[in-house]
Design a protein around this ligand. Structure first.
Ligand SMILES: Cc1ncc(COP(=O)(O)O)c(C=O)c1O
Length: 376
C-alpha cells in the first residue's frame, strides 16, 4: 500500500509544528532536572502563579468532574463581560487556550487561496492556522526597531482577507498605538477584510485601557479581539482563552467550535481569577518594578542590545556578546535557567533571545548567572 499520507489534506501534509517557549517538559527529560529545578524565563506568564482564589475554586469544584462541563461557558462568559465592561456575554467566545481560537477563526474564515497579512516577527500560530486552511500568508517585515510602518502597511492590506496583529507583539514587546489600530481597522472595513487582534499580553501594559480595542467590537463587526488566561492569570496548564467580537461573529464561531472545549475546573478557576482584584494589583506592581529592574541590569551587560518592553517580556539582541541564542540557552540551562532562543521566529536571526519578567529573587539569579557565563 502507498503511504497513508496521501489521504491527508494537502495543506496538512506540508504542515510543520510551531516552536514555542515554556518547553519545561522536554528540558526535564533531556537534562534530568526536575520541573521545580528549572527557572522558566521562556514562557511569559505571571511569576506569582495562579490566583489563590482560582486554586481554591478548583478544589471546591472537584465534584463537577463526573459531569460534562457547560459547553456554552455561560457563567464564565458573564464574568468576562463584567470584567471587561462595555461588552455583553453574546460578544464572548471561549476556547481551550487562545490558541484554539486562532485555529477556529482560521477554520471559519479562511478558504483555499485567501490572503492573510502577518507582520513578522510574531507569534507563530497565526501562520500555522492560515497554512492549515490553505490560506496564503503575506509577511510584512516590521521596522528595525520592530514597529509597523503604518502607511506602507495600509497599502499592503489590499487584497487581504484577514490581518493578524498582536498587541503588544510577541516576541518584540512593542505596542501599536490606538490611532494606528483604528486606521487599520477602518481600512479593513472599506476593503471587506477582517482584523484578528491578539491582546493576550495587553493586561501587562501600563494604562492598558488606552490601548485595548475590546470596546470597539460593537462598532466594527470585522474586528476580533483575542485574550488569554495563560499570561496575566498564570493558568497556562488549564487552557482557557477567549475572543471578543460582534455578536454575529461570536455566534458563527460558536456554531463551529468543538463542544465542551473548556473543562469544568478551568471554567471555575477562570471565574475566580477574574474576581481577584488584589492578585491583579499585586501582579501589575510586581511586573512594573521588576521590568524596570531587569531592563536596567540587562542594559549594563556588554554586548546586549535590549529593546524597550511594553509587555512582561524583553527582547534582546546578543550578537556582540560572542554567543548565539542557542549557545547562551544551553549555558544557562546548566544554571537551571530556561530562556527563549528566538531563532525560530520568522524575521529574526540566531542572535535574539526573549526573557520573561519574574520575581526579584529569580531575576537576580538570572542576571548573576548571565554575568558568570559572559565573564568566564
Ligand atoms: C501572542 C500570543 N497569543 C496567544 C498565545 C497562546 O496562548 P494560550 O493558548 O495559552 O492562551 C501565546 C502563547 O505564547 C502568545 O504568545
Amino acid at each position: 500500500m502507498n503511504s497513508i499520507l496521501r489521504f491527508a489534506r494537502r495543506e496538512v501534509r506540508d504542515l510543520r509544528p510551531c516552536i514555542h517557549g515554556g518547553e519545561v517538559w522536554e528540558v526535564t527529560s533531556r537534562t534530568g532536572l526536575r520541573r521545580d529545578e528549572i527557572l522558566d524565563f521562556s514562557a511569559n506568564v505571571n511569576p506569582l502563579g495562579p490566583s489563590p482564589l482560582a486554586l481554591e475554586s478548583i478544589k471546591n469544584n472537584l465534584d463537577c468532574i463526573p459531569y460534562y462541563p457547560d459547553s456554552d461557558c455561560n457563567l464564565l462568559r458573564e464574568a468576562i463581560a463584567k470584567y471587561l465592561g462595555d461588552v455583553s456575554r453574546e460578544n464572548v467566545i471561549l476556547g481551550n487556550g487562545s490558541t484554539e481560537i486562532i485555529h477556529l477563526f482560521a477554520e471559519v474564515f479562511i478558504e483555499r487561496g485567501d490572503l492573510a497579512l502577518i507582520p513578522v516577527p510574531t507569534f507563530g500560530e497565526y501562520e500555522k492556522a492560515v497554512r492549515k486552511m490553505g490560506g496564503k500568508p503575506r509577511y510584512i517585515r516590521l521596522s528595525r526597531d520592530f514597529h509597523i510602518d503604518l502607511e506602507s502597511f495600509l497599502r499592503e492590506m489590499e487584497g487581504a482577507k484577514i490581518i493578524f496583529l498582536c498587541n503588544p507583539n510577541n516576541p518584540t514587546s512593542t505596542l501599536i498605538l490606538h490611532d494606528s489600530l483604528l486606521r487599520i481597522i477602518e481600512k479593513a472595513c472599506e476593503e471587506d477584510a477582517l482584523v484578528f487582534l491578539d491582546e493576550s499580553f495587553i493586561e501587562f501594559v501600563d494604562e492598558k485601557e488606552r490601548f485595548s480595542m475590546v470596546s470597539e467590537v460593537k462598532n466594527y463587526p470585522n474586528l476580533f479581539v483575542l485574550r488569554s488566561f495563560t499570561k496575566v492569570f498564570g493558568l497556562a496548564g488549564l487552557r482557557v482563552g477567549y475572543g471578543v467580537a460582534h455578536s454575529e461573529v461570536a455566534s458563527l464561531l460558536f456554531r463551529a467550535k468543538v463542544p465542551w472545549n473548556v473543562n469544568c475546573l478551568a471554567q471555575a478557576a477562570a471565574i475566580a481569577a477574574l474576581n481577584d482584584d488584589e492578585y491583579l494589583r499585586r501582579t501589575w506592581r510586581l511586573i512594573k518594578d521588576e521590568k524596570a529592574f531587569l531592563l536596567r541590569e540587562l542594559r549594563r551587560i556588554k554586548g546586549f542590545k535590549v529593546f524597550p518592553a511594553h509587555a512582561n517580556f524583553i527582547l534582546i539582541n546578543i550578537r556582540d556578546s560572542g554567543f548565539t541564542a542557542a549557545e547562551l540557552k544551553e549555558r544557562l540551562l546548566k544554571y537551571g535557567i530556561l530562556i527563549r532562543d528566538c531563532s525560530s521566529f520568522r524575521g529574526l536571526d540566531e542572535y535574539y533571545i526573549r526573557v520573561a519578567v519574574r520575581t526579584r529573587r529569580e531575576n537576580e539569579k538570572f542576571i548573576n548567572s548571565l554575568r558568570d557565563i559572559l565573564n568566564s
